[in-house]
Design a protein around this ligand. Structure first.
Ligand code: ZN
Length: 229
């Protein structure tokens, strides 16, 4: 389905219309948001989060620590099987600004290898740097795409489901990337508020990869994204 004004919004650039529609199944004018979970896997919450996204017909992105994967391999397999995005949050959460390019590269490659060992997945792995910290000179030298966020729910700080929900709803806009963490039950509780309310407003819950591609970003290694706009 393409709305009547879809073509005119694209200024008659016919090439963009079919690729956006056919490749991703999304109308680029639809409201989309990517909700992301750092610091896992934490299996008790991973499954609760996946079930809530399934209930509201969407997908999440999990930025995982390589050092936490051993023993939770099946969780990662299930994330991929259910269409969620498995991504990297470094091996053990150092501050990249205190490290050489080679040291950062090792953190990222070791995590990619752990994900591949656990799941067999060896495709593109996007990276959220710990603390959102990465120097431009460093990231430009690495074969990874870096993802920060446009909405910080401060879920780790407040541990308050209502506050997490209020912040998300107050700032949510089409193309946003929302920062949450996988470790807290209060974050899972907040999703019971966030997901139905955003869905009511017409949002689709997509992975970061889907969001960037559906909104027409030419995603390249060495770049840092805060949202899809
Ligand atoms: Zn973190």
């Amino acid at each position: 389905y393409l709305s009547a004004d879809f073509g005119s919004l694209k200024q008659g650039d016919e090439k963009n219309v079919p690729s956006t529609y056919i490749d991703y199944g999304y109308n680029a004018e639809e409201k989309m948001i990517a909700i992301t979970f750092d610091d896992g896997p934490y299996t008790p919450n991973s499954y609760k989060i996946m079930e809530l996204f399934e209930k509201y017909d969407g997908h999440a992105t999990f930025f995982l620590l390589g050092s936490r994967i051993e023993g939770d391999e099946q969780t990662l397999i299930d994330m991929l099987d259910r269409g969620h995005q498995v991504a990297s949050h470094s091996y053990d959460h150092p501050n990249f600004n205190d490290m050489t390019v080679e040291e950062v590269k090792k953190q990222l490659d070791d995590t990619s290898k752990e994900i591949e060992r656990a799941t067999g997945y060896n495709g593109i792995i996007q990276v959220r740097p710990p603390y959102g910290a990465i120097m431009e000179t460093t990231r430009r030298k690495l074969d990874y795409t870096f993802i920060n966020w446009s909405i910080d729910t401060e879920d780790w700080l407040s541990r308050n489901p209502q506050s997490i929900c209020d912040i998300t709803l107050q700032y949510a806009e089409d193309g946003d990337i929302v920062l949450m963490h996988e470790l807290y039950e209060t974050t899972v509780e907040a999703l019971n508020c966030v997901l139905p309310k955003l869905k009511e407003q017409g949002y689709k819950f997509v992975t970061v990869k889907e969001l960037l591609e559906a909104k027409g970003n030419d995603v390249k290694f060495g770049q840092l994204y805060f949202d899809a706009n």
